[in-house]
Design a protein around this ligand. Structure first.
Ligand code: HEC
Ligand code: HEC
Ligand code: HEC
Ligand code: HEC
Length: 226
């Protein structure tokens, strides 16, 4: 398990040695609190297990709460993390057929840590101090250079593009169709490619929390008919 984020300084400005020291301290902490043995796929011990930072080694609390949740983002699951209000520059190209919006739903939740403006440990009303940057700061350098998210991917888009599989009928490889397994109310979001909980599908993947393996570009070829 490697923790690249646990620096109070944004990685771009941090010296490597100071980062490594923080990293070593946290690794010791982690070894002290995590059960030993082969790690299973699942959130425990994954990149999103920040329990070493809490007094009672809680995992879910960084993102969820049973009560008094933040309901400002539509369909957010009992959200407990400060939500980013950043307006992003979005990806665009002459060959794009979809209409991409400011990140909504799950994507806005991801960006509430991965845009570098809200701290990882800003949850439950606490002011946090750990900010993401570098490779982990997906939205910190805007979204114009990232795979688009927060747009409708339906059969009409597939027909217009002619090199996309129809989501309502094409298999995702995970048991159902693209629509059923990879989209959120017809929208493509960060979670179309990533499982934030490193869930069951990740057993075979277990890399970058992806839902489908990158071997032979299987992930990309699930939607793109290239
Ligand atoms: C780093 C943030 C984060 C942590 C930590 C986290 N979740 Fe989530 N969770 C999310 C996000 C984002 C979504 C909505 C998007 C999605 O499902 O991909 C979600 C969705 C859910 C959902 C509803 C959708 C579904 O997958 O069933 C449940 C239930 C849930 N989480 C439970 C938990 C529990 C229980 C824990 C702790 C063991 C936990 N989560 C830890 C971010 C997190
Ligand atoms: C509470 C803050 C928080 C939220 C919310 C969050 N992440 Fe993360 N995420 C992190 C941190 C911190 C790391 C780096 C952990 C480390 O250093 O290993 C990370 C790492 C990752 C990684 C890299 C994993 C790896 O194995 O290298 C991916 C991919 C990722 N997150 C995607 C997402 C997606 C997608 C969502 C929303 C569905 C999301 N994250 C929501 C904090 C968050
Ligand atoms: C179309 C699929 C797709 C979408 C959508 C997507 N990602 Fe990723 N993401 C990937 C792949 C594939 C990788 C692994 C990249 C690599 O191999 O270097 C990755 C890597 C990452 C990493 C790790 C970067 C690193 O170098 O450590 C983070 C963090 C991440 N994604 C977050 C997000 C967030 C946040 C969103 C939404 C704003 C998102 N992703 C949307 C496919 C996607
Ligand atoms: C869940 C389905 C899905 C997955 C998985 C996916 N994409 Fe996409 N991707 C789309 C859709 C839909 C569009 C929007 C296409 C359009 O509107 O022209 C898109 C857009 C793009 C674009 C921009 C196209 C343009 O015209 O500018 C590129 C390039 C791209 N994807 C590459 C990838 C790569 C590489 C991967 C794998 C790492 C990947 N995609 C994974 C669905 C997906």
């Amino acid at each position: 398990m490697s923790y690249r984020f646990l620096s109070r300084i944004r990685p771009r400005h941090a010296s490597r040695s100071s980062r490594n020291i923080v990293l070593m301290i946290v690794c010791c902490l982690a070894l002290a609190v995590w059960p030993t043995g082969t790690p299973k796929a699942g959130i425990r011990g994954s990149a999103h297990d920040f329990s070493a930072l809490t007094e009672r080694q809680q995992i879910c609390i960084f993102c969820h709460t049973p009560h008094d949740a933040d309901i400002s983002v539509a369909s957010a699951p009992l959200w407990n993390h400060e939500v980013t209000v950043k307006q992003f520059q979005l990806y665009n190209s002459p060959t794009m057929d979809a209409t991409v919006s400011q990140p909504t739903g799950a994507s806005r939740l991801c960006l509430s840590c991965h845009d570098g403006t809200v701290a990882v440990d800003s949850y439950g009303g606490r002011p946090g101090v750990i900010f993401l940057g570098g490779d982990l700061g997906i939205g910190a350098d805007e979204l114009a250079n990232d795979h688009p998210v927060s747009f409708v991917y339906n059969d009409a888009l597939a027909a217009a593009d002619r090199e996309l599989f129809s989501p309502s009928s094409s298999p995702s490889g995970l048991g159902g169709t693209i629509q059923q397994d990879l989209l959120f109310g017809s929208q493509l979001e960060c979670s179309s490619c990533h499982d934030v909980h490193n869930g069951p599908a990740a057993t075979a993947v277990d890399e970058f929390l992806l839902v489908i393996t990158q071997a032979q570009s299987q992930l990309c070829l699930t939607c793109h008919n290239k």
